[in-house]
Design a protein around this ligand. Structure first.
Ligand code: ASP
Ligand code: ASP
Length: 354
């Protein structure tokens, strides 16, 4: 009987649909400061599937954490007692560090597990790893994996909240959120802005997450890339496609450059990095076609001299690349905190067959 009650409560707590649209609408009107507003999802697996209201809840709360992070006393207690595991199957320095700082600033215990030290190398499967970790009762898992869809699969097997820290060429939702926060704080809005995403779109989870977010928030997206670095379905993404940087950059508000992801190249996608820079690298001449106050962005790490001229990247008047990194910590604090709202305050059976 008691177990039945716990199971029913678990279902309620873990059911995404348990929050009505009207409740979400009401909470979105609340200001971003003070206590967090309810976020109607248990996991953050991608931007696809989030509403404009969900995105606003996340961005408003992130704004609050930007201010906190600039203060001397940065420590909060909202995740005290919680355990976060950063499970990185693919190398990462900045994303992992950013999540680690975010979790620690909220008072959680954060453990980093990378593939080099895990038994995945010894042949353990993704699912085995998930089930093993789940048995240790983490509250939140941040997962990066080289295969698209792997994080969503893992989320089905665990009883905690899962954040996608980047899966293959699929999604990198916290990157798109930090990009949106950077833009919104600089330009005051997202709606109606013209944003060019340039370069290796084919291999980029950053591009995919940004396209979903910017489309949802009413920005106009242009993709600029050679045909070899565009996915076949690019014209079905609700964007304008250009192969010429000068044409594509004309009058845009935001120039978002992407790294040439050579580690994902199976075959030859560009004749040479020199030629690539000549046609698609961002230099002052090409930037001259964008609006005079257009911002330059890059998710990092940058290949200087390949997709972006080094002086352009460091231009303190135009480049917001360092600000993106700063926004990353705030966004991750907001994501961790908002997902933690769905965690039970008791330890008992974990939900849904885990
Ligand atoms: N891809 C880079 C890394 O893995 C940067 C990032 O994810 O923020 O560190
Ligand atoms: N840091 C971003 C990512 O992990 C972009 C990149 O690596 O080029 O997807």
């Amino acid at each position: 009987m008691v177990n039945g009650f716990i199971a029913a409560r678990a279902r309620f707590l873990y059911d995404d649909s348990s929050m009505s649209a009207s409740r979400a609408a009401k909470t979105a009107e609340q200001p971003g400061h003070g206590s967090p507003v309810p976020f109607p999802h248990r996991h953050l697996l991608g931007i696809e599937g989030l509403s404009a209201q969900d995105i606003e809840i996340l961005l408003n709360r992130s704004d609050y954490y930007v201010d906190l992070n600039r203060a001397v006393e940065k420590k909060q207690t909202s995740l005290r007692g919680r355990t976060i595991i950063n499970l990185f199957f693919e190398n990462s320095t900045r994303t992992r560090t950013s999540f680690e700082l975010a979790g620690k600033r909220l008072g959680a215990d954060v453990i980093n597990m990378s593939v080099a030290t895990s038994s995945v190398k010894k042949g353990e499967t993704l699912i085995d790893t998930a089930i093993t970790l789940n048995a240790m009762h983490p509250d939140l898992l941040v997962v990066r994996h080289q295969d698209s869809g792997a994080v969503a699969l893992l989320a089905q097997k665990v009883g905690c909240g899962v954040i996608n820290g980047g899966d293959g060429s699929h999604e990198h939702p916290t990157q798109a959120l930090l990009d949106a926060l950077t833009i919104r704080r600089r330009k005051g809005r997202l709606e109606g802005l013209s944003v060019a995403i340039c370069g290796d779109i084919l291999h980029s989870r950053v591009a995919r997450s940004n396209i979903h977010l910017l489309n949802t928030m009413g920005a106009r997206v242009r993709l600029i890339a050679p045909p070899t670095l565009l996915p076949a379905y690019a014209d079905r993404l609700g964007v304008e496609v250009f192969h010429d940087m000068r044409k594509g950059l004309t009058d845009v508000d935001i120039v978002m450059m992407l790294r040439l992801q050579m580690e994902r190249f199976h075959g030859s996608f560009v004749p040479s990095t020199r030629e690539y820079f000549h046609f698609y690298g961002l230099d002052y001449e090409k930037l001259g076609f964008a609006k005079s106050d257009a911002l330059i962005m890059h998710p990092g790490p940058m290949n200087r001299g390949i997709e972006i001229d080094t002086e352009v990247a460091d231009d303190i008047h135009r480049s917001v690349i360092h600000e993106q990194v700063e926004m990353g910590v705030a966004v991750r604090m907001a994501c961790l905190e908002l997902l933690a709202q769905h965690l039970p305050n008791w330890r008992g059976t974990t939900p849904a067959g885990t």
